[in-house]
Ligand binder design. Structure first.
Ligand code: ADP
Ligand code: MG
Length: 172
């Protein structure tokens, strides 16, 4: 069996502004029902990436790391899909084995109508979303170095034909 498989996209991202710009461009390729799973250490840039998505989707409200809430809905200001921003960090057990807690959020209800981003969703969101973008942000050991490595892996039939395109920083 031969089937189309979208290739991962990798970028070196020198600044937070460029991280937002890449996500903003990616937002133009997203539609209701899409799911993005963001992985990476604390401070890597997952929320920064989500801010760019929010800008691209033209949604209401500041996108921050939620302290007390696990999920926040940002309605569209332009008639497009809302952005559902989930931070699964507090779901405990570093995501694994907490499927029931994610189920409690009743995300299935919103998945259809929104673009859903799950920070710390690795191990959780996979079961929920066979079609998704797995996005990994990594930083080096040097805390003063702002450079990040970004890897976007399209998974599932949704992305098989189109793949993802990121033209920002096309030179790297
Ligand atoms: P996370 O959600 O992964 O814990 P945040 O996005 O909240 O991380 O924080 C990332 C921090 O790193 C922000 O203060 C951001 O301004 C900073 N930063 C510096 N360089 C970059 C970069 N290249 N990409 C993303 N964030 C960066
Ligand atoms: Mg965060």
């Amino acid at each position: 069996l031969i089937y189309a498989k979208a290739m991962p996209v990798e970028r070196t991202v020198p600044t937070a502004e460029e991280m937002r710009a890449i996500a903003e461009e990616l937002a133009g390729q997203l539609r209701a029902g899409d799911v993005l799973v963001l992985s990476g250490d604390l401070g890597a840039g997952k929320t920064t990436f989500t801010q760019g998505l929010g800008a691209g989707l033209k949604v209401r409200g500041d996108i921050t790391s939620p302290t007390f809430v696990i999920s926040r809905v940002h309605p569209s200001l332009s008639g497009g899909p809302a952005l559902v921003h989930v931070d699964a960090y507090r779901l405990g057990a570093s995501a694994y084995g907490s499927r029931a807690e994610l189920d409690d959020l009743d995300l299935d209800a919103s998945l259809e109508e929104a673009v859903t981003v799950v920070e710390w969703g690795h191990g959780l969101a996979e079961a929920l979303a066979p079609d998704r973008l797995d996005i990994v942000v990594t930083r080096g050991d040097d805390d003063t170095d702002e450079t990040r490595e970004l890897r976007i892996t399209p998974v599932g039939p949704r992305w098989a034909a189109s793949g993802v395109r990121v033209s920002v920083l096309e030179n790297n």
